[in-house]
Design a protein around this ligand. Structure first.
Ligand SMILES: *Cc1c(COP(=O)(O)O)cnc(C)c1O
Length: 435
């Protein structure tokens, strides 16, 4: 999608003034339920035959719906389902794909809670993960695919190393085995990368992060590409007769694959997982995300420029051992292929010092805020091994170069020179007593 088209859609997609009393700003429908009008209309609403009509905000809400349609359009998907957190988006997606049990291939260098869930929690539900050290090692990934492999799961840009996944190569491998490629695209946001255009079948976001961009809402969203064929014996749940899809009479032959075709995945995620497990997004939260989304292009452009300048500055600092930011790897072909507008606002660096130096640095920042989040308008700093990646065993962290000296930065909208001055004085203070 062209940048011009994206810039218009992030303001207008999914919203028609005529359907909302010509309100210019998307109204907040702060209501649990909606009148059914009369018994005939009620039948049509509850069976989904009337577009733009709702019955209960766990099943759908007009404010939340604008957010879903907007992200689906920005990402080139057929639909999207908004949920109460990024973790809910990940959990519902994995369950919707592999609820009958099976195996999923994933890299180890993923978000801490995702890795914890995949390693220690999903196996209790019969869903097991085959972890790889390098998700771009095609031979290893191919060799792991077996009869019960249900998907390949990957983060487009890894946290906190910013390693880039070769989505087109992974999509080819997945599709040859008739399994979907699931991509957590939280770090780049749809502004910097649209994974469906590179072969992804399902895209997940924690919209707590850069999509909203102001650090005021926890939320998530799942985008359905509509391209994967779920009418496949590996995924029998999409062909099971579902009472909820019938006319309230048994037996019914209606199933998600036949009834919804290209939208089978998102319809099932909404009607089974969101409706029954219930991690809904609140209308007022959807409103705040939509407000943040309106400035995504300007925010990301500025944050990428600042992150690049800060990464280059850190690289020449004698107290910095290593900088993790693929955005400054001029010879990295994956940057050119996937990220013409930049890799994102998050970078990490390893301090050449001890634990006390790391603590001193964190305790001396004044413009940066010390907290575990990313994609905020404020610049943030965190020590991953003590916070966001605490639940990852040391052996796995070490294999990713993630030790106690690594600090992760999320660059916001402050003046970049103020940010560099802040890091400079905090690094000085970190080593002060050793002078
Ligand atoms: C934050 C994050 C999540 C989890 O999202 P929540 O909204 O905090 O539940 C998942 N994946 C990535 C890459 C993240 O950064």
């Amino acid at each position: 999608m062209s940048q011009e088209k994206f810039n218009t859609l992030r303001i207008h997609a999914g919203y028609n003034l005529k359907d909302h009393n010509f309100a210019s700003s998307v109204p907040i429908y702060q209501t649990a339920a909606f009148g059914l009008e009369n018994t005939k209309t009620a039948d049509q609403i509850v069976t989904g035959k009337l577009a733009n009509r709702y019955d209960y905000s766990r099943d759908g809400n007009p404010t939340v719906r604008v957010f879903e349609k907007r992200i689906a359009e920005l990402d080139g998907g057929v639909d999207a389902v908004a949920v109460g957190s990024g973790m809910a988006a990940i959990s519902y997606t994995i369950l919707n794909v592999a609820e009958n049990g099976g195996r999923i291939i994933a890299p180890k260098n993923i978000y801490g809670s995702s890795l914890d869930e995949f390693r220690t929690f999903f196996p209790k539900f019969g869903i097991h993960f085959d972890f790889v050290d390098d998700i771009n090692d095609a031979a290893t990934v191919k060799a792991l695919i077996g009869d019960d492999t249900k998907a390949i799961y990957v983060e487009s840009v890894a946290n906190p190393s910013t390693e880039i996944a070769d989505l087109e190569q992974l999509a080819k491998i997945a599709h040859a085995a008739q399994i979907p490629l699931i991509v957590d695209n939280t770090f780049p946001t749809p502004y910097l990368l649209q994974p469906i255009a590179h072969g992804a079948d399902v895209v997940i976001y924690s919209s707590t992060k850069g999509i909203n961009g102001h650090g005021n809402v926890v939320s998530g969203i799942v985008v359905d590409s509509g391209k994967f064929n779920w009418d496949n014996p590996k995924f029998p749940q999409f062909k099971e007769p579902e009472f909820i899809l019938g006319n309230g009479e048994l037996p019914t032959q209606a199933n998600f694959a036949d009834k919804f075709g290209a939208q089978a995945f998102s319809k099932r995620l909404r009607m089974k997982y969101l409706r029954l497990l219930g991690a809904v997004l609140e209308p007022v939260d959807a409103y705040l995300i939509l407000l943040g989304l309106e400035t995504i292009s300007e925010r990301l452009d500025r944050e990428v420029a600042s992150a690049t300048k800060i990464a280059c500055w850190l690289k020449q600092n004698p107290h910095v051992k290593r900088v993790f930011y693929s955005g400054i790897e001029a010879d990295n072909p994956l940057v050119k292929q996937y990220f013409p507008r930049g890799v994102g606002s998050i970078l990490s660096f390893e301090l050449a010092g001890n634990l006390q130096n790391v603590a001193n640095l964190i305790d001396h920042v004044k413009v940066f805020t010390y907290l575990p989040n990313i994609g905020d308008s404020r610049s943030l700093i965190v020590n991953p091994t003590r916070t966001t990646h605490r639940e990852i065993p040391e052996a796995i962290r070490k294999s990713q170069g993630l030790n106690d000296q690594v600090l992760r930065l999320s660059i916001g909208l402050e003046d970049v020179d103020d940010l560099i001055t802040d890091l400079d004085q905090a690094i000085d203070a970190a080593f002060e007593s050793e002078k």
